[in-house]
Design a protein around this ligand. Structure first.
Ligand code: ZN
Length: 243
């Protein structure tokens, strides 16, 4: 465990500039609301957004990032393939953690790491979501008792078209009847990926201290060990004489 990972919070940052209702909830952008409690916990946190050069994710920025938090929705297609591949490689070969939030299930980096269609059902009706902790001993559930109830959220429903998660931490129930695997963990190469479902832009979900706690836990869980070294690969001479 690395308790002081360097974090970059990436946000598409379009809804906040185009939609007054979203701007009222997140006046400085969702990335700043997500970053603030991580900073308060003592982590070093940078932010990056879609409209910056290279979407703010230069080689140098990623090299200085232990965990990348990603929120995207409408503009997934505007993320360049080169930057998406740079993120994927940094996870697989560099051990960077990726925390994919809400509609980032369709983001290029997450889809590239999953290798599946990542489809799901959805409905924006402002209904109750109850996120049940199904693995109480998991570090991502630390400090959360039994369940988190969100009064108003978007519904996501199964089947969620992802590979079976290596670890499942939350399952959501929605008032309309659907269920969803809302906290899923995978290992990919040297890196770790966590998907956390809540966070539709028209609801104040990222202001909720319980959601902020899960995000902090997930960032710490996804961070590479401080002493991670690249593995030895490729052709090798034998260590002992073979003859
Ligand atoms: Zn949404």
């Amino acid at each position: 465990m690395n308790n002081t990972p360097r974090v970059t919070v990436w946000n598409e940052f379009r809804h906040e500039r185009n939609n007054e209702a979203v701007a009222a909830i997140y006046p400085r952008g969702m990335h700043e609301t997500i970053a603030a409690p991580l900073r308060a916990a003592g982590l070093e946190v940078a932010t990056a957004t879609l409209d910056e050069p290279e979407h703010g994710l230069t080689e140098a920025r990623l090299e200085a990032t232990d965990v990348l938090v990603w929120w995207g929705h409408r503009a997934h297609a505007e993320v360049s393939d080169a930057v998406a591949e740079r993120v994927r490689r940094r996870v697989v070969d560099g051990g960077m953690g990726l925390l994919a939030l809400h509609s980032s299930h369709f983001s290029k980096p997450f889809m590239g790491l999953m290798g599946t269609g990542c489809f799901l059902k959805y409905r924006v009706a402002g209904e109750t979501e109850r996120l049940w902790v199904v693995d109480p001993a998991h570090p991502v559930a630390a400090g959360i008792s039994d369940a988190i109830e969100l009064e108003r959220e978007e519904m996501y429903g199964e089947p969620f078209d992802v590979p079976p998660p290596d670890e499942l931490v939350f399952i959501s129930w929605f008032k309309g009847g659907e269920v969803f695997r809302s906290g899923c963990a995978w290992r990919r190469g040297l890196g770790r990926v966590f998907y956390f479902r809540p966070g539709h832009e028209t609801f104040p979900t990222y202001h909720d201290p319980r959601i902020q706690r899960v995000i902090l836990n997930a960032v710490r869980w996804a961070a590479p060990p401080a002493d991670l070294r690249p593995p030895v690969r490729g052709r090798r001479e034998p260590l002992e004489p073979l003859g």
